[in-house]
Design a protein around this ligand. Structure first.
Ligand code: ACM
Length: 683
């Protein structure tokens, strides 16, 4: 028991009436806590609710308590009496009491644990640090439930702490610029999911996205005017700090740096001139690692940027240098020869070591993508593994701290369970216990080639909630049905902090329907996903920074719930042959069969939507085959050879992507058809 609550608990015990009742059902929490005990009884919420603080109360804690009350009254409609919570709100008779021992530091390994106790008489939330209180308040908001008598919090006790100390989201604001409101609402989403590192990818071939006072041509010539001022950067850092989130900037070097060279071509390894890149891919321009002027420039640059960003860690990128400019530059080749530098990776290590000296001078620790792993690098750098798990393991074995991003590339539109089951430290890890301690956690990466401010939230959420749970919750929390049950709820709650992953889809569908009825489009989009990995670039269109990202593939999400639920339903039906399941399947198939005709009006009025025509037609055709298969299965009959051939042909066709999308119910309908072909059974 937290000593701060010693007096309070006397009060709680005095008020609680001992009743023998069943325990409350567990709320849909994400991330799932380390320990939870459901108890019996409900704490009722009404407008008399008051909140008080205790212990060493920081402004951050008071601010979080105030935001908590506003989020609570927004969801409940209760007119709560309290406005801003201050450090002086210490009324020990308040029903919700928060107590912490000390303000937390925004640094790696800071204590984020908390204990949450809900009884019918009230709520106690205690933590070592105010950051723990923030984490607990998010849990508490997720506990909010309702019944016929109104709103309540179920009685429970939670003891919670993260499994990994580094739980991040990387946001690329370069390929497409992401304005302040995108950053802030995603910080709110991160806070809800107890994530604690915002990795801000600020420079790229396609844009230099931060004001640089020392070298103003960086943002003036490298950003088309889309960059963050110092004042905005400070605002983001403060906003993140208020939510217990560290901000780590990334300045990608020596490659991915064309936008730097627009204003300062002398930094590059070939003469230039350079322009902001408008296309996607790996570019040749790379910093010149043999000129002292490069390091003098970077020294002054880093002096400014390390002073602006307070975090201990600083990311230098380091990825995807193709070395072509180095190979073609005779002076660089001569330098390598003279210094016995055998290859480009070793030359990049030379560059990285020079940057490390500078960062060390400015009191920073270096983070980089896994390319910075090289035998000559000191052990105090952090490796971010993206090309495979091997770098993570190698790095940890060699004594480096490392974080995992391979498997958390949310821009690749892969399903939630793929990311969820991707564990930085799986049960069969080859690492020893000491090596395993060097695995700090992971980061979801939101690359923005095909992502705009309108779609970015739908690419990040809700899948990143599953990654957040992997990084916070015990390794044993792995049950997929339970994940999806909770994710469904969290998906909605994430909207309540301003994220636009669902509502922007509505807007996009209206645009696609040119203001007309969106239902037929929605019915189609619900079972369609953009093609995965990097395949969207291979479907015939060449995408650039000024392409439209407003088509069906942009409106469609990854891991569409309607399609996922249908696949599950079919799987269950084929095992259980339940009549209700059959009815649900037939209803969906009938809707899809009829949808193509309903969609024609939209396609007619709105040319932008027309590329979905083949998907819609395929869906109608295979739904028809699915209905036929259901009919036979239920009557204990087979499909004829001719029917089966026709179905297989259409199913095969339906597997082809169109409009850079794929239908996500083909395999399930195929399973129905094949089942009706081979072992029709009577029920
Ligand atoms: C990366 O995805 N190039 C780090």
């Amino acid at each position: 028991m937290n000593p701060l609550f010693a007096a309070m608990s006397v009060f709680v015990v005095a008020l609680s009436v001992p009743v023998v009742k069943a325990n409350e059902p567990a709320p849909a929490l994400m991330p799932w806590p380390a320990e939870i005990k459901m108890q019996s009884g409900r704490f009722r919420l009404d407008s008399g609710l008051r909140l008080a603080v205790d212990g060493q109360v920081s402004d951050r804690m008071a601010g979080a308590a105030t935001r908590f009350l506003r989020r609570l009254d927004e969801r409940t409609g209760l007119f709560l009496a309290q406005n801003r919570i201050s450090t002086a709100d210490r009324d020990s008779t308040a029903q919700i009491r928060l107590a912490c021992h000390r303000p937390g530091q925004l640094e790696l390994f800071e204590d984020e644990s908390y204990r949450l106790t809900i009884t019918p008489a009230g709520v106690e939330l205690s933590a070592v640090t105010d950051i723990g209180i923030l984490r607990g308040l998010e849990t508490l908001l997720q506990c909010l439930a309702a019944d016929q008598d109104g709103y309540y919090l179920p009685a429970l006790q939670i003891d919670d702490a993260p499994r990994f100390p580094w739980r991040g989201l990387m946001l690329d604001v370069c390929r497409h610029f992401m304005p302040m409101e995108v950053i802030k609402r995603n910080l709110d989403g991160m806070a809800m999911m107890k994530m604690n590192v915002f990795h801000w990818h600020l420079s790229e071939d396609q844009g230099f996205r931060i004001e640089c006072k020392t070298f103003p041509k960086l943002h003036e010539m490298g950003s088309d005017g889309f960059y963050f001022t110092h004042a905005q950067v400070r605002e983001v850092i403060a906003y993140a700090a208020d939510r217990g989130i560290r901000v780590i900037p990334e300045f990608d070097m020596p490659g991915h740096a064309t936008s730097w060279f627009v204003g300062y071509p002398e930094l590059a390894s070939a003469p230039g001139p350079y322009e902001i890149v408008r296309s996607w891919g790996i570019m040749d321009p790379v910093m010149n690692p043999i000129r002292e002027e490069t390091y003098e420039f970077l020294d002054r640059f880093l002096a400014e940027m390390t002073a602006l960003f307070p975090d201990d860690y600083f990311h230098i990128g380091g990825d995807e240098n193709n070395g072509k400019q180095w190979n073609a530059n005779p002076e660089i080749q001569a330098f390598m020869q003279a210094h016995g530098i055998p290859d480009n990776h070793a030359l990049q290590m030379h560059f990285n070591n020079r940057i490390l000296e500078l960062l060390t001078k400015y009191g920073k620790k270096m983070v980089g993508w896994d390319e910075i792993l090289h035998p000559g690098m000191p052990r105090n750098i952090v490796i971010q593994s993206w090309r495979g798990k091997e770098a993570l393991i190698q790095a940890a074995r060699q004594g480096y701290q490392s974080i995992l991003s391979n498997g958390y590339y949310i821009d690749l539109m892969q399903p939630t369970d793929f990311h969820y089951l991707n564990d930085p430290l799986p049960a069969d890890t080859p690492l020893t216990a000491d090596e395993a301690k060097r695995i700090l956690g992971g980061e979801a990466t939101s690359w923005a080639e095909l992502v705009t401010p309108e779609t970015v939230d739908s690419r990040i959420w809700p899948r990143t909630a599953a990654i957040a749970e992997r990084l916070w919750s015990p390794a044993t929390v792995q049950e997929l049905d339970d994940l999806y049950r909770r994710l469904n709820r969290i998906d909605f709650l994430l909207e309540t902090v301003g994220l636009t992953h669902r509502r922007n889809t509505e807007l996009m569908l209206r645009r696609l329907a040119d203001g007309g009825d969106i239902e037929p489009l929605r019915t189609l989009i619900d079972v369609v996903e953009p093609v995965k990995i990097y395949n969207r670039h291979r479907q015939g269109k060449t995408f650039t920074s000024y392409s439209p990202y407003t088509r069906a593939a942009d409106a469609a999400h990854a891991d569409q719930p309607v399609a996922r639920n249908f696949r599950r339903l079919v799987q269950d039906f084929l095992q259980q042959r339940d009549r209700t399941q059959a009815e649900q399947i037939r209803l969906l198939l009938a809707r899809w069969q009829a949808n193509d005709a309903a969609l024609q009006k939209t396609l007619h009025r709105s040319p932008i939507s027309r590329d979905v025509a083949p998907l819609s037609k395929s869906l109608a055709l295979i739904a028809d085959h699915g209905l036929q298969a259901m009919d036979r299965l239920e009557r204990g009959k087979h499909l004829t050879a001719k029917e089966l051939d026709a179905a297989r042909l259409d199913l095969q066709q339906a597997k082809q992507p169109a409009a850079e999308c794929e239908l996500m119910v083909v395999s399930a309908i195929e399973a129905l058809v094949e089942s009706a072909a081979t072992k029709a059974k009577s029920r």
